[in-house]
Design a protein around this ligand. Structure first.
Ligand code: GLP
Length: 264
């Protein structure tokens, strides 16, 4: 696992955006096949998306041959609800880039048959050629997508019941009223994320410090599902200094030294 630490959220977010753009451009240079990306929502990716939008407008990268699959969506929340992940993605990314509408995939949390919706999502990922790069955030309890503690590390896309803690954390988007936060979500599984060629996790701020330390230094465990990245051959955690704040001094120094040696 690689860990990139930047001084602030801007530095970490710009690093993530440039990494994503580089990967899209590298594939485009050698292949006509689309670049398949997994995308996340939340406050964390906003600055990364801002930088990607800037790059698209500046002609530094294009999403014309990119296919995207979002990680998750609430169950039962109308698509047009301002806090649906559909609304989020169009507001913060899709309305501003050149990705064709038909290339955008977001789970439908209002599908009549949620199980079929999840199974079809997995099939669509395979049909697209598999995910080249999964870009994700991390929950305060170390969850990836909505893979709450005790999710199987072999899990695939399915209906998830959200923990009370996650609903409390997310209630900031729902008038601080936990009762307004949906109780369930559709989420790609841990194994869906790990099946990607590369996984890039962005973590910002001190609220993520414990989860970051547990993911990197803790055991490989369903208790903290981002720790599953330890078993991925190409996993990267990018964080700002605050999110790296609970790492052991020696771990922090090690990752900084690797970064310096590799000239990232
Ligand atoms: C939700 C999402 C996750 C996201 C997490 C952190 O639980 N399902 O995909 O990583 O929130 O969100 P934020 O970036 O707002 O801290």
């Amino acid at each position: 696992m690689k860990v990139i630490i930047r001084n602030d959220s801007k530095g970490a977010s710009v690093w993530a955006a440039h990494y994503i753009a580089r990967k899209i451009n590298e594939k485009a240079a050698v292949s006509d096949k689309p670049f398949v990306i997994g995308l996340c929502t939340g406050s964390t990716p906003i600055e990364t998306y801002e930088e990607l939008i800037r790059m698209v407008k500046a002609g530094e990268v294009s999403f014309k041959n990119v296919i995207s699959f979002n990680m998750d969506e609430y169950v039962g929340l109308p698509v047009e609800h301002p806090e649906s992940y559909h609304s989020f993605m169009y507001k913060y990314l899709f309305n501003h880039i050149d990705e064709p509408e038909e290339n955008i995939h977001i789970l439908n949390g209002n599908a009549p048959d949620l199980k079929a919706e999840c199974e079809n999502y997995e099939k669509a990922i395979v049909e697209a050629g598999g995910i080249d790069l999964f870009f994700g955030g991390i929950g305060e309890d170390g969850h990836i997508a909505f893979n709450e503690p005790f999710s199987s590390l072999q899990s695939r896309t399915r209906v998830m019941t959200l923990t009370y803690d996650t609903r409390v954390v997310n209630s900031r988007f729902f008038d601080n009223d936990v009762n307004k936060v949906p109780k369930q979500a559709l989420s790609v599984g841990v194994a869906t994320v790990l099946s990607a060629q590369e996984v890039l996790i962005l973590a910002l701020g001190s609220k993520k410090a414990r989860a970051v330390a547990e993911s990197i230094e803790g055991p490989y465990s369903h208790y903290c599902t981002v720790s599953s990245l330890q078993a991925h051959p190409a996993g990267i955690i990018v964080c700002d200094d605050l999110a790296a704040g609970e790492l052991k001094v020696n771990s922090y120094r090690y990752f900084k030294a690797v970064e310096e040696a590799e000239g990232e």
